[in-house]
Design a protein around this ligand. Structure first.
Ligand SMILES: Nc1nc2c(ncn2[C@@H]2O[C@H](COP(=O)(O)OP(=O)(O)OP(=O)(O)O)[C@@H](O)[C@H]2O)c(=O)[nH]1
Length: 481
């Protein structure tokens, strides 16, 4: 068995490693296009890929990334004509690889632990992610610069002017791209250790309306900022880029997490390319900070649709009885109190029917709880068919139900109760075993409140039980015809 499966898993591992290598080198080449000074890009997408790969694939991602680190170091040595021979550049590549991987490995494992423990809410997890990636990218920055210095690829005095741009570039790549790469990789890998979809509400694969308009606003704002900055050559005009927070919050609050991240990637690519094209290297740190602030804000926005969906679920739990899909006791009481006030104010009649299944305990004991549950559901379905859309059916607990009938007199309500009883009797728990119910009906009087109305209907129900069950009794003790 293992002889059969191990070659497949080795093949899979090799194909995953090749995928990491191709993806990483591709992403690194894109970053090269956006490099505005030696060793520093406006943002560094490869950092996002490294973090995501370590998060999703764990140690399996280390060797391919290390290999890529060596390859890009050899290329960089040639690109900058650095005085390193081949063996030295390989050694420098290994140093760079370790310095790049170790902090991201630690950061991703801490994040994985937090996500798996499920102790943090989505906003909590996002805060944790923003801090975690910030610290990890700072750690990587310091270690990588140190590795470049000891490998003679960078002079110690270059540290001061490089570290901040280096850090922010890595941080931006991480903040924006790691979630996208994590989603792509966890889809591709069968043994993924992290599934982003579990933590966010299921992603829509289609954008919502006006998505293109939102992107157009983003595009115009970036173009406006870089044009203004180009003409004025003043740092003040570069700060206009922070206004991107507005369209990105609009996108974050109205689009799924996927389109939120894609639009952020689009903005960052645009900013990086435009600052290059418009020759704004002097102000690039402002743009980098703009990217970080916009991305961190938009990440919080991801939580909004998820929180709204959670809220809707909670609202449904509070207002609807899970078994019968009728109004919960709490919701029914709220609605009934409002209806009572309205009825008293407008002098409109209002009635309440309280009904309870007969010998329900026996049904449970004889046929089991699940048959009992089905009987409860059946009674509600049948009752609902006899009610108007303006009536409200609720479950007060166990096998006791209530129906509120606005604009109905006691005669109307008795007829409705009779109709329900008739339909309920036609339903069977088992062949030859019809469901039976007892009903109490009452009409609201002047100066009564809901509790008094309920007590009147409930004591009518008590009489119905005393009179042999399976009948309708009104508050005056009269059996309905
Ligand atoms: N299957 C099921 N049983 C429930 C549920 N909630 C309460 N019960 C049962 O409903 C039964 C209600 O029993 P009783 O209050 O004695 O009422 P009854 O047997 O209908 O007797 P009468 O009302 O006097 O006719 C209890 O056995 C509860 O365990 C539920 O959600 N599902």
């Amino acid at each position: 068995m293992s002889a059969d499966t191990s070659p497949v898993s080795i093949t899979q591992k090799i194909s995953h490693a090749l995928m990491f290598i191709l993806l990483w080198l591709g992403v690194w080449s894109i970053a090269q296009l956006m490099e505005y000074t030696a060793h520093a890009s406006v943002w560094f997408p490869a950092s996002g890929l490294t973090y995501a790969a370590l998060l999703v694939a764990g140690t399996a991602a280390i060797v391919p990334i290390l290999f890529c680190a060596v390859v890009v170091t050899v290329i960089t040595c040639m690109q900058y004509n650095l005085p390193l021979d081949f063996a030295q550049s390989i050694q420098a590549g290994l140093f760079f690889g370790c310095a790049h991987i170790i902090p991201y490995w630690l950061g991703s494992q801490v994040f994985l632990w937090a996500a798996r423990s499920e102790r943090l809410s989505i906003p909590g997890l996002i805060i944790m992610y923003i801090i975690n990636t910030g610290v990890a990218s700072l750690g990587t920055t310091l270690l990588v610069i140190y590795s470049l210095i000891i490998s003679n690829m960078m002079q110690p005095e270059e540290f001061e002017q490089t570290w901040l741009a280096f850090w922010i570039g890595d941080y931006a790549g991480l903040l924006i791209l790691a979630p996208i790469f994590a989603a792509v990789l966890s889809n591709k890998l069968a043994d993924s250790r992290f599934d982003l979809k579990r933590h966010l509400s299921p992603n829509q694969t289609q954008p919502n309306s006006f998505f293109l308009t939102k992107l157009l606003v983003v595009t115009l704002l970036v173009l406006f900022t870089v044009t203004l900055n180009r003409f004025t050559q003043q740092p003040e005009s570069a700060f206009v880029i922070f206004l991107l927070v507005i369209p990105h919050m609009w996108i974050a609050c109205t689009e799924s997490a996927l389109f939120n991240m894609l639009s952020l990637t689009y903005s960052c690519m645009m900013i990086a390319l435009c600052t290059n094209l418009f020759g704004l290297n002097e102000f690039v740190l402002i743009y980098q900070f703009g990217i970080i602030v916009i991305a961190a804000n938009a990440l919080f926005g991801i939580a909004v649709p998820a929180l709204m969906a959670d809220n809707e679920k909670l609202q449904a739990i509070i207002t609807i009885d899970a078994l019968t899909q009728t109004a919960s006791r709490q919701h029914f009481m709220q609605q009934a109190e409002r209806a009572v006030n309205r009825s008293l104010k407008d002098s409109d009649p209002l009635c309440l029917i309280v009904f309870d299944m007969d010998n329900f305990k026996k049904i449970n004991d004889t046929f089991g709880h699940s048959v009992g549950d089905k009987a409860l559901q059946r009674v509600c379905k049948v009752a609902q068919l006899s009610l108007r859309p303006t009536d409200l059916l609720g479950r007060f607990g166990g096998d006791e139900f209530v129906a509120l009938l606005p604009d109905s007199t006691i005669v109307d309500a008795q007829q409705v109760a009779q109709r329900i009883l008739y339909s309920v009797n036609k339903a069977e728990v088992a062949p030859g075993q019809p469901i039976q119910c007892s009903f109490g009906v009452a009409q609201l009087k002047r100066n009564q409140n809901f509790t008094e109305l309920f007590n009147a209907a409930d004591s009518a129900l008590y009489k119905a039980k005393q009179r042999g069950r399976n009948t309708v009794v009104s508050e005056h003790g009269i059996n309905a015809a």
